[in-house]
Design a protein around this ligand. Structure first.
Ligand SMILES: [Zn+2]
Length: 117
């Protein structure tokens, strides 16, 4: 059961700012790419000693992606539009992020959407 939750069966580009991953249990989750950039787990973006996140979302807001490559059977490597590609996003982590974001309309809302009139 738990393996299905962390096994992707589909990866699609929704638009330049968003990807969608479909999981083996049938769930389809949306991933704003700049939010993923802010969650990059590599040694440049996270202090290895303290675990402190060194990336501000505001500094990477609007970052897109150029390429997504599967790594083994456990992760995606994302080449972001800022040239950064050293972070491996494990399936387990992606599943958790996607579920957290799915419950947060503020994050999935298009940041540049025109104000309601
Ligand atoms: Zn990084």
């Amino acid at each position: 059961m738990s393996e299905e939750r962390t096994r992707p069966t589909g990866l699609e580009k929704v638009d330049d700012a968003t990807i969608a991953i479909t999981w083996a249990d049938g769930k389809r989750l949306l991933y704003p790419v700049d939010r993923l950039r802010a969650k990059c787990p590599c040694a440049t973006c996270v202090d290895e000693m303290t675990g402190a996140v060194l990336v501000n979302y505001d500094d990477v807001r609007g970052t897109g992606f150029k390429k997504i490559t599967p790594v083994g059977n456990y992760a995606f490597q994302i080449l972001f539009s800022d040239g950064h590609d050293t972070g491996f996003f494990t399936y387990r982590r992606l599943r958790g992020l996607g579920e957290a974001w799915a419950e947060n309309a503020e994050i999935l809302k298009e940041p540049d959407s025109p104000p309601q009139t």
